[in-house]
Design a protein around this ligand. Structure first.
Ligand code: PLP
Length: 428
């Protein structure tokens, strides 16, 4: 990594990837955070395309030598402008709803590079796959495969990958664990004979391979390698009953560092090399003919690029504890409430005084703590707060709780900035 790509991908000097401080003020890319807040209002999600592009380059550089396909998991954040940008990169795209698919289509993202996921697909979503609006569909259950078969027409081939529950449990929050005996996702390997029957009866359905995504925010490389080995074992069982595929998709879940002082960090290049080695060794052992490996990171591509900006509405002391209330919260970022997620806060408008442990809260009618962390003791109404690493699963999970409007999203490229999602209004 060069010095500049290090600053784009890692925490440095107490600030998040892509950020810097000049004269005490926080900059995102080369734009003062306060300029963004004044231009677009708050709450605001800023996406630093320099950081995004560095993350894409990191994944592509690690994956391409092994022939691994990298798809962006759109559920992390998908906006039309973002999808347009992604279409110009080597990435493929995963969508998991008609809404995400239409966003990609309106951005001109090529259908052949889109895979449709989701564990409960609507009739419209199955019809979209049957009509060739995606290159591949991942079937999550036998029922879904059957429903797809019922929609298939003999003259239009549908490429299908089966989602398998490999039983590999990653050490991550229970709510973002997606394999193992307490999860709803995918089918067991025992379902393969019944799946083979459905493929045999529906000429248009073409079996292409297997998929398993074990969870999100995973820091142990070994879990990814274990998952791919398990998938290869299942692929060998599939081949033994006549299901010959050429794709193994090992999901996303690559963990991202959320705290400046944390050493929990997943090294992406070595994790991908470990995945590739586990894949080729186990495929050789299982005598599996050549298949292409795919991965589908969401968070690791977009989380670091995002910073949420909030205006302080009140600073007060409650029972000896300082509280800072900002103009956003659980509605635009439910992650702390859902998963106890940590997002590091920074005073963005100025350097501020000595830090003290502070409860940073939103303004909803919940006790919505965004985070408890050190903030300057003199933080006051009117200050601007940056909450870091919020590119993934914040805007895309946002709600209108309390009838708050969703924030605007702005793309920062070096010294320039462009709005990519307008702020909702009360009329919306
Ligand atoms: N693939 C699938 C099927 C998923 O469900 C998810 C996330 O839930 C991802 C990929 C992306 O995960 P992450 O954003 O942790 O990389």
């Amino acid at each position: 990594m060069t010095v500049s790509s290090t600053r784009l991908l890692t925490w440095h000097d107490g600030v998040a990837p892509g950020q810097s401080r000049r004269d005490g003020a926080l900059f995102i890319g080369s734009v003062r955070a306060e300029e963004l807040a004044e231009s677009y209002g708050t709450p605001l999600l800023a996406i630093d395309y320099g950081v995004l592009d560095a993350a894409i380059a990191e994944f592509v550089a690690a994956a391409q030598p092994h022939g691994i396909e990298v798809a962006y998991a759109g559920k992390a954040l998908l906006l039309r402008a973002l999808a347009r940008h992604l279409a110009s990169t080597p990435l493929a795209l995963d969508v998991c709803s008609l809404g995400e698919l239409v966003t990609a289509e309106r951005a001109g993202f090529p259908a052949a590079r889109i895979t449709l996921h989701g564990c409960g697909k609507s009739d419209e979503e199955l019809a979209a796959a049957a009509a060739g609006r995606v290159g591949t569909i991942v079937a999550d259950s036998l029922d879904e495969l059957q429903r797809l078969a019922a929609r298939a027409r003999d003259d239009r081939r549908i490429d299908v990958v089966l989602r398998i529950n490999t039983g590999i449990e990653a050490h991550t929050h229970e709510l973002v664990r997606t394999a193992g005996d307490k999860t709803k996702f995918g089918m067991p390997a025992d379902a393969l004979p019944a799946a083979a029957d459905i493929f045999n009866r529906a000429a248009a359905l073409r079996y292409r391979g297997l998929h398993a995504h074990i969870g999100s925010q995973i820091y142990e490389s070994a879990a990814f390698a274990a998952n791919v080995r398990a998938l290869v074992d299942v692929a060998a069982r599939a081949a033994a009953i006549g299901l010959h595929g050429d794709r193994i998709i090992a999901g996303g879940g690559f963990g991202v560092r959320m705290h400046p002082g944390d050493d929990a960090e997943l090294d992406i290049p070595s994790t991908i090399t470990g995945l590739a080695d586990a894949f080729s060794e186990s495929a050789r052992r299982a005598n599996l003919p050549a298949a292409r490996l795919g991965i589908e990171p969401g968070r690791a591509l977009i989380a670091r690029a995002g910073t949420s900006l909030y205006r302080v509405m009140a600073a007060k002391e409650q029972y000896g504890m300082p509280y800072v209330v900002v103009d956003g919260g659980i509605a635009d970022n439910p992650r702390p409430a859902l998963y106890d997620a940590y997002h590091h806060p920074l005073l963005a408008s100025r350097a501020g005084g000595a830090p003290r442990e502070t409860v940073l809260c939103g303004r909803s009618c919940e006790n919505d703590r965004i985070v408890t962390a050190p903030l300057p003791a003199d933080t006051r109404a009117g200050d601007l707060i940056a909450v870091c690493t919020t590119g993934a699963y914040t805007y895309s999970m946002a709600s209108n709780y309390n009838r708050f409007a969703r924030p605007a999203v702005v793309a920062v490229r070096g010294e320039t900035h462009t709005p990519i999602a307008r702020r909702e209004t009360v009329d919306d």
